[in-house]
Design a protein around this ligand. Structure first.
Ligand code: SIN
Length: 296
């Protein structure tokens, strides 16, 4: 490395700290400014923290959508959401999550987090992680809750682990969409093209996290329609039990948003939920979604 390159590399270094929240998951990254270059080894440190803690929070990031996209891409290819009407104009990689209505039309997906889920688990390659950047926040409410699905697996009774071994479950975008459509009048009928883009997929109920090696309970209230090979009523009852187990309060971190927060969560080892914020409490966030591997 030439002296000039070395000096530039050193000048671009940032010193940051990883402060775990001390609960079931989550850590804050203190002292990193996403406006400044992030070196490859710094990125590797961030990635290790992300895998270890499941959710990492970067405070006060005054970055543009272009910077948000560029930073997200360093973790893998980005996935474009099937609901194209809520893409940020000129940036299809960003999904707008918002309860704001302009000219009688929602500007974003108001109920993106209305039940517990892992993003895009309905894809053959579900999401590795999502980066959600706050744009406008209400003075009250609007929290996002995260559950640790690796701990959820670890704390299952041995006989339930045994029962789930080798089982597969169906994840379906349309299944969730139609359920939420009954509650959200703005959810228009999906076009045939959209339906064709997201056919139901099967994934193992117990997966192994490709980076941590931990076992994960990979079924969710949102997208898992049923467990394959058992009667539907038994599957419904089992999923209900597993959902209650995943979301026990001691397994959940509640994120209270601060202005310009960027939250990056691991969709392979967490699930999240955000109740719909009433329309008068304006809440808008931008989300990118990084593609992961086929779950195994
Ligand atoms: C999401 O599920 O991506 C949205 C979460 C939120 O609104 O906080």
């Amino acid at each position: 490395m030439s002296l000039d390159t070395l000096e530039r590399a050193q000048a671009s270094r940032q010193s940051f700290e990883i402060r775990p929240f001390g609960g079931p998951l989550g850590a804050e990254i203190v002292g990193l400014d996403l406006n400044l270059p992030v070196a490859d080894d710094e990125l590797a440190t961030l990635r290790r923290a992300f895998v270890k803690h499941g959710v990492v929070v970067f405070r006060d990031q005054r970055i543009t959508p272009e910077q948000h996209i560029a930073f997200s891409r360093r973790f893998g290819p980005l996935q474009v959401h099937v609901l194209n009407r809520f893409h940020l104009h000129g940036h299809p990689e960003i999904l707008i999550v918002s309860n704001v209505v302009e000219d009688g039309k929602p500007i974003g997906l108001v109920d993106a987090g209305a039940d517990w889920h892992s993003d895009l688990s309905y894809m053959p390659k579900p999401s590795l992680g999502a980066l959600l950047h706050s744009q406008e926040l209400p003075a009250e409410r609007g929290d996002t809750l995260y559950a640790n699905t690796a701990n959820a697996y670890d704390t299952l009774p041995a006989e339930v682990k045994k029962l789930l071994e080798g089982k597969r479950a169906v994840h379906s975008y349309v299944y969730r969409y139609e359920r939420l459509r009954k509650l959200s009048p703005w959810r228009a009928e999906l076009t045939q093209k959209q339906i064709d883009e997201v056919p139901p997929v099967e994934h193992p109920v117990i997966t192994t996290h490709p980076e941590s090696g931990r076992k994960i309970l990979f079924v969710s209230e949102g997208f898992t329609s049923h467990i394959v090979g058992i009667p539907r009523d038994e599957s419904d009852a089992l999923l209900k039990e597993l959902h209650a187990h995943i979301t026990r309060p001691e397994n959940v971190y509640t994120h209270k948003w601060q202005p310009h927060d960027m939250v990056f969560w691991d969709n392979r080892s967490t699930q999240h939920y955000a109740a719909i914020t009433p329309q008068h409490l304006r809440r808008t966030l931008y989300r990118t979604t990084v593609e992961g591997d086929v779950p195994r």
